[in-house]
Design a protein. Structure first.
Ligand code: ADP
Ligand code: MG
Length: 252
């Protein structure tokens, strides 16, 4: 079986800065994998390479057997950026279907953005404009916009990093609820341990720069994951193992 994402010996240098040491990783179709690492460990660089937005310096990358560039051109990759980047002159509903309006020939029918907006609790705000929404609500629109594309691969770069702690916790619960029933492969990037555990099937821990994989932890916690899971000793146990890997990768 071809992996949804396959990285072999991927490195990246920017001038004299080595951002990524050789990275080898296979993500299976339908898997939810988080890349967890400190700031500057090359997480965004890795995600941009998988998304076909940047080229590796060495090594090979494929997305469902094709080059990331081809996968991106074929609209087979959805992207949720760190800041929601909504169009201020479009309503919430119009932002949510933005990618459908510009890509009339999408490869697979995705979920209806109207249904998705309702699912993330934004139905009453469909006709509002982005400036009328809180940060968390804006980020939910960005999530809907990406998911409505119906792409088999979703890439997310710290989409909740700018939110307050309470909203951020709600968002990871929402994301798990949205992604669990789907066959979509998700590669999620974060520096939050709790976020990585709650969402993922597997967590890949990156070292401090240059980012290399210090360890991979399987998260064998039952799904669907309920918010109360975060009070479960099994949840803490995974967090503790990840914290140890992060410390190891920081050279402490
Ligand atoms: P992270 O997302 O984990 O915080 P990044 O992938 O953004 O890390 O960056 C990893 C390293 O590569 C950092 O030291 C950063 O300064 C450097 N870097 C990233 N992008 C560029 C770029 N376009 N030009 C030069 N250096 C870069
Ligand atoms: Mg980053």
């Amino acid at each position: 079986m071809t992996g949804a994402i396959e990285l072999a010996g991927v490195t990246k240098t920017f001038g004299r800065i080595e951002a990524l040491a050789p990275v080898d990783l296979v993500v299976e179709p339908g898997e939810i994998v988080t890349v967890l690492g400190p700031s500057g460990s090359g997480k965004t660089t890795l995600l941009r390479i998988v998304g076909g937005l940047d080229e590796p310096t060495a090594g090979t990358v494929t997305v469902a057997g094709a080059s990331p560039h081809i996968a991106r051109s074929a609209k087979r990759i959805g992207f949720v950026p760190q800041s929601p980047a909504l169009l201020p002159w479009r309503t919430v509903a119009a932002n949510a279907r933005l990618l459908l309006d510009v890509n009339r020939s999408r490869p697979t029918a995705g979920p209806d953005p109207v249904d998705l907006l309702a699912e993330v609790g934004l139905a009453p705000f469909a006709d509002a404009y982005p400036h009328e929404l809180s940060g968390g609500m804006q980020q939910r629109v960005a999530l809907v916009r990406a998911m409505a594309l119906g792409a088999p691969l979703l890439l997310m770069d710290e989409p909740f990093a700018a939110l307050d702690e309470i909203t951020r916790t709600d968002m990871r619960h929402l994301l798990a609820r949205l992604c669990e029933p789907l066959a979509t492969t998700v590669l999620f990037v974060t520096h939050s341990i709790a976020e990585s555990v709650f969402i993922s099937d597997r967590v890949v821990v990156l070292s401090a720069r240059p980012g290399r994989i210090v360890g991979v932890e399987s998260v064998d916690l039952a799904r669907p994951r309920h918010p109360s899971l975060e009070d479960d000793p099994a949840f803490f146990a995974v967090e503790t193992r990840l914290r140890a890997l992060l410390h190891e990768g920081a050279g402490r």
